[in-house]
Design a protein around this ligand. Structure first.
Ligand code: HEC
Length: 149
């Protein structure tokens, strides 16, 4: 339930951001979209993902085939993180916190990683799965994420 509310507010923010007229002419250009394509990070993140996350989210972060269907216990299967589901609706801080804390508290099946992975390792994993997002998806995520800073 909580998740749905967050989703709607982020979508609202996306709309608000796209209405902003001055961004591209702004000399500070805080909203210029910069993709992190640091090869070392992506390659480290990819390895860590295979070791820790692929068993549930799939080797290419494609998620479980039935990820949108709640199971009998009221939990959802692991969603894709490759840009085809809604991981991109979440600002960076929410992605980091979901990975750190898992989703057991909100009734989900995702384990917590904060005792197993460092902040930097979590960041590298995010950069790896974000490298699979299209420019369009990444830009939408990036501009919304700026609103949280
Ligand atoms: C035991 C299976 C499992 C493992 C292992 C796992 N996850 Fe998950 N993950 C889930 C499930 C299930 C969800 C859906 C949230 C829920 O309802 O619990 C999820 C949700 C997420 C989300 C939120 C996606 C969204 O669209 O809201 C992110 C981000 C995520 N996982 C990243 C990771 C990363 C990174 C790793 C490895 C460090 C990982 N997960 C390992 C099961 C897993």
């Amino acid at each position: 339930m909580k998740k749905k509310i967050l989703l709607f507010s982020v979508v609202g923010l996306l709309v608000a951001c796209s209405d902003e007229p001055a961004t591209s002419a702004d000399p500070q250009n805080k909203t210029a979209v910069v993709r992190n394509m640091d090869f070392a990070k992506i390659s480290r993140g990819g390895k860590l993902f295979q070791q820790n996350c692929a068993i549930c989210h799939g080797r290419q972060a494609e998620g479980a085939p039935n990820w949108q269907q709640m199971d009998d216990s009221g939990k959802f299967p692991p969603p894709p993180l490759n840009g085809s589901a809604h991981a991109w609706h979440h600002p960076k801080i929410v992605l980091v916190n979901t990975i750190k804390n898992g989703t057991a508290k909100s009734g989900g099946n995702m384990p917590a990683w904060k005792d197993k992975l460092s902040e930097e390792q979590i960041n590298d994993i995010i950069i790896w799965f974000q490298s699979k997002w299209s420019d369009e998806i990444y830009s939408a995520w990036y501009l919304a994420d700026q609103g949280f800073r």
